[in-house]
Design a binder for this molecule. Structure first.
Ligand code: C5P
Length: 699
C-alpha cells in the first residue's frame, strides 16, 4: 500500500462550503459537530498511532475530516455513517480531496449501534464504483462482479463519536468486533473522565466498569472547542482504550495465565462465543443494578439482583466487604460476583419443588428428640436427645500461613454417609461417657480395633462431645450431669472430622435436651471454639469454609457421588501434618475465595466426573504423603482402578471417587486387599439439608 498519498484535509472554509452545498445543518439529534482544523485531525491520527497497514473503523465520518486524516497516513478505512445524505455525499468529497486514496475507503450507511461484522464483508471501496453511500448501503452494494470484494476486519476504532451515544457505541463495537484491539475516540470530556475513572472516584460509574471489562482506558489530549463547527458548548477530549485479551473476562486462550481463578481453574475449556456473551450480560446486568443505587451499601443496594442474605453471602464469598458500595468495586469483583451467583443458583436447578420453601427452616434439623421419660427419681426430668452429624471429606483444601496456632484455610467440605450419633441423657450429677463403634453398610475388612486404639491415644478429657455439652450447659446455666453415648462410624484420626462431628452432634443434642434455644449460627460460634471443623458438622451437605475452616458458607446441593475410603492402619495427628506443611514452606499468601473455586463447583453441580479429577485439590496431601509414604501406593492403586484418589483433610484417609455404586463396591473389595489398608468403606456424598441451603439463597 502506498504511503503518504496526496490528501487535502478539510479546512473551515471547505466545511462551510460543503454544508451550504449540501444544505445541511449539523443536527443535535445525531450529535454532529464537524472538525474544521487540519492540525486537530492530524493530532488525533497521530495519537491513534495509525500505520499504513491498519484497518480502521470510523464511526460518523460526517463530511470526511477525520476520514481524510486517516487516509493521509495510508490506513484502510471502513466508515459507518448513519446519515443517508452525508453517506451519499462522502465518496465525492474523498475522491476530490484524496483521489489516490479512494480505493482505501469502504462506506457503510448504518447505525453504528447495529453494525456487525457481516456488514463489513464483501465490501467494495468507493473507488470501485460505489458512487453514493457505497457498498452495503442504498441497495448499491455488492455489485462487485467487476471489482474484487473485500472482507474488512478492523483492528482499531478511530472516531469523533456522536456525543449522545458515545458510550453505547463503544461498548457495542468492542462486543461485536473481537478484531478491535484498540480505540482512540473523541468524546465529551466528562465522558472521557468517566471512561477512565478508577474505583473510589466520584465519576466512576457504569461506563468505567463496562469499558474496563474490555480493557484499559487512558485519557488522551484535550481538544479545543474552537476546532468544531458548530462550536459545541462542551469540552472534548481523546480517550484511548486498549483491549486486554485477558482470559479472565473472555475465558479464551491460555488459561494458565488465568491466575485469578487459581490453580483450580487450570485446563478449563475455552468458552463459546455464546457463553461469553451470556457471561458478559450477567456481569453487565449486575453492574447496572449495583450503580442504580450507588450510594447504598451493596448488600442492600443489590436487592433486585439477589435476596439480601444471598447478596451478603456472595459478597463475602468473593472477598468483598458487604458494606462496600458499587463505586468501590473493580470490574473483576463484579465478574466474580455475577459468575458465582450464576453457578450457585444453577445448583438449585432440578431440585424438587417441595424443597423450595423460602424462609422455612426445620428447628434444628438433624435432631430426633426422644420424648421425655416421666420423672421417677424425683430429682430431675429424665430427658434424652439424640443428634447426629456426618463425617466429611475436603474436595478442595488450600492452606495459608498460620497465626495463633491455626492456619488460614479455603476449603470445600462435603459430608459423606458416615454418621456420628450422640445421645445425651440428663442425670443429676457427673458426666459419664460411653463410646461404641459400628461399621457402615458395605464396609470391607472392618474391625474397630484400629479406631479404639486411636481413640485411646487421645486425651480422655478432651472429648469434643463432652466439651460441647459443657458449653451449652454453661450457656443455659444448667448445673446437673449427663450421660453421653457416642456411636462412631467415622474413622478416628483419619482426616474426616469424626471428633468434630461428635462435637457438632453433641451441641445439637444438648441444645435440644437443655432447651437452650440456640440458633444454628450461635451453635456454630460455640462450635468454632471447640475445633475448626465443628461448625461444618452443624451444616452438612456441601459447604465452602474459610478463615480457620470455621466460617461456613452453605452451598446448594451437588450431585451425589460414590466414594470408597481406604483407611490407613496408621493415624496422623493433624498438628503434625500442618507442621510438615510449614516446613515445606508451601503456605499460600493469597487464599482462593469461593469465587475462585467456581470451576470445581460447576463440575460438582454438573456431576462432571472427568472435570473433577483435575479440580480436586488438597495442599495437605504432600505433607501427609511425606509422613506416611505408603499412602502413595494406595493412591496409585486406586487411580489404576479408575477412581479419583486424594487425601481428605490432613489424612491419612484416602478418598477414591467413583461414578457408580457398583464401582464403589468393587473398589472397596480390591483396595481392602492391600497390605497398607486397614479397611475400606464404600460411601456416598451425604444428602444436604436443602431447606438450610435454601434459607441462605432464597430466604
Ligand atoms: O481445630 P482442631 O482442634 O480440629 O485442630 C487441630 C489442630 O490442627 C490445631 O491445633 C492446629 O494445630 C491444626 N490446625 C491448623 N489450622 C487449621 C485447623 C487446624 O493449624 N485451620
Amino acid at each position: 500500500m502506498e504511503k503518504n498519498l496526496p490528501v487535502n484535509l478539510l479546512t473551515a472554509s471547505v466545511i462551510n462550503q460543503l454544508c451550504r452545498q449540501l444544505n445541511i445543518r449539523p443536527t443535535k439529534q445525531l450529535g454532529q459537530n464537524f472538525v474544521t482544523e487540519p492540525s486537530a485531525i492530524r493530532k488525533i491520527v497521530r495519537e491513534a498511532g495509525i500505520k499504513p497497514a491498519d484497518q480502521v473503523l470510523e464511526v460518523g465520518p460526517g463530511l470526511g475530516s477525520l476520514t481524510l486524516g486517516l487516509l493521509e497516513v495510508g490506513a484502510t478505512v471502513a466508515a459507518c455513517e448513519i446519515d443517508a445524505r452525508l453517506a451519499a455525499f462522502l465518496p465525492a468529497t474523498i475522491r476530490s480531496h484524496a483521489p489516490g486514496a479512494a480505493g482505501n475507503l469502504y462506506l457503510i450507511q448504518k447505525d453504528a449501534l447495529k453494525l456487525v461484522p457481516a456488514d463489513l464483508t464483501g465490501l467494495s471501496s468507493i473507488a470501485e464504483g460505489a458512487d453514493d453511500a457505497g457498498n452495503k448501503c442504498g441497495g448499491n452494494v455488492s455489485d462487485a462482479s467487476s471489482t474484487a470484494s473485500r472482507n474488512f476486519s478492523p483492528t482499531v476504532l478511530v472516531s469523533n463519536l456522536p456525543y449522545n451515544v458515545a458510550v453505547p457505541v463503544l461498548l457495542h463495537l468492542f462486543a461485536a468486533f473481537p478484531s478491535l484491539e484498540r480505540a482512540l475516540v473523541m468524546v465529551q470530556k466528562e465522558v472521557a473522565q468517566r471512561l477512565c475513572a478508577n474505583p473510589g472516584s466520584k465519576v466512576y460509574g457504569v461506563p468505567s466498569v463496562k469499558i474496563a471489562w474490555y480493557g484499559r482506558a487512558r485519557m488522551g489530549s484535550d481538544i479545543s472547542r474552537r476546532v468544531f463547527y458548530p462550536q459545541p458548548n462542551v469540552d472534548s477530549a481523546l480517550v484511548e482504550i486498549s483491549r486486554e485479551n485477558n482470559s479472565l473476562f473472555t475465558c479464551q486462550g491460555d488459561t494458565k495465565t488465568d491466575t485469578r481463578l487459581g490453580e483450580a481453574a487450570l485446563d478449563q475449556p475455552a468458552w463459546s462465543t455464546q457463553q461469553q456473551a451470556a457471561d458478559r450480560e450477567a456481569v453487565f446486568s449486575l453492574i447496572d443494578q449495583a450503580f442504580a443505587s450507588r450510594r447504598k451499601m451493596l448488600r442492600a443496594g443489590l436487592k433486585t439482583w439477589a435476596q439480601p442474605l444471598v447478596a451478603e453471602t456472595l459478597l463475602r464469598a468473593c472477598g468483598i466487604d458487604p458494606t462496600a458500595r458499587a463505586e468501590n468495586l473493580k470490574v473483576n469483583q463484579f465478574v466474580a460476583l455475577a459468575r458465582l451467583r450464576k453457578v450457585l443458583l444453577a445448583g438449585f436447578e432440578n431440585q424438587p419443588e417441595s424443597a423450595i420453601t423460602p424462609g422455612e427452616l426445620p428447628s434444628v434439623a438433624p435432631v430426633d428428640t426422644v420424648a421425655p421419660v416421666p420423672d421417677t427419681s424425683g430429682n430431675i426430668g429424665n430427658k434424652t436427645a439424640i443428634a447426629s452429624a456426618n463425617g466429611k471429606i475436603n474436595l478442595f483444601l488450600a492452606c495459608g500461613e498460620s497465626a495463633a496456632g491455626y492456619h488460614r484455610l479455603s476449603t470445600v467440605f462435603q459430608a459423606v454417609s458416615l454418621k456420628e450419633t450422640v445421645e445425651i441423657t440428663l442425670q443429676p450429677t457427673g458426666i459419664d461417657l460411653e463410646v461404641s463403634f459400628s461399621a457402615p453398610p458395605g464396609a470391607v475388612g472392618y474391625h474397630p480395633g484400629r479406631d479404639q486404639e486411636a481413640l485411646a491415644d487421645l486425651a480422655p478429657n478432651n472429648n469434643l462431645a463432652t466439651r460441647a455439652f459443657i458449653l451449652v450447659a454453661a450457656h443455659g446455666g444448667y448445673q446437673g450431669g449427663a450421660r453421653i453415648r457416642i456411636n462412631k462410624q467415622v474413622p478416628v484420626a483419619a482426616g474426616m472430622a469424626g471428633g468434630s462431628a461428635d462435637g457438632a452432634a453433641a451441641l445439637l443434642a444438648a441444645n435440644q435436651v437443655l432447651q437452650a434455644g440456640l440458633s444454628r449460627e450461635e451453635l456454630a460460634e460455640l462450635g468454632a471454639s471447640l475445633g475448626a471443623d465443628v461448625p461444618f458438622g452443624l451444616y452438612g451437605g456441601t459447604c465452602f469454609a474459610d478463615r480457620r475452616g470455621d466460617r461456613i458458607t452453605p452451598l446448594p446441593p451437588v450431585k451425589p457421588l460414590h466414594l470408597v475410603v481406604a483407611v490407613s492402619p496408621e493415624t496422623l495427628p493433624t498438628p503434625q501434618v500442618f507442621k510438615q506443611f510449614d516446613q515445606a514452606g508451601a503456605a499460600r499468601t493469597q487464599m482462593p475465595t469461593l469465587a475462585e473455586i467456581t470451576p470445581l463447583l460447576q463440575a460438582l453441580y454438573a456431576g462432571d466426573f472427568a472435570a473433577l479429577a483435575k479440580l480436586i485439590h488438597n495442599d495437605l496431601q504432600a505433607p501427609a504423603l511425606t509422613l506416611i509414604p505408603q499412602l502413595g501406593a494406595t493412591i496409585e492403586a486406586a487411580g489404576q482402578l479408575g477412581a479419583i484418589p486424594f487425601i481428605s483433610g490432613s489424612g491419612p484417609s484416602i478418598i477414591c471417587l467413583v461414578d457408580s455404586a457398583e464401582k464403589a463396591e468393587k473398589l472397596a473389595g480390591e483396595l481392602a486387599q492391600l497390605a497398607q489398608v486397614a479397611y475400606t468403606l464404600p460411601l456416598t456424598f451425604s444428602a444436604p439439608e436443602i431447606a438450610l441451603a435454601r434459607k441462605q439463597w432464597w430466604a
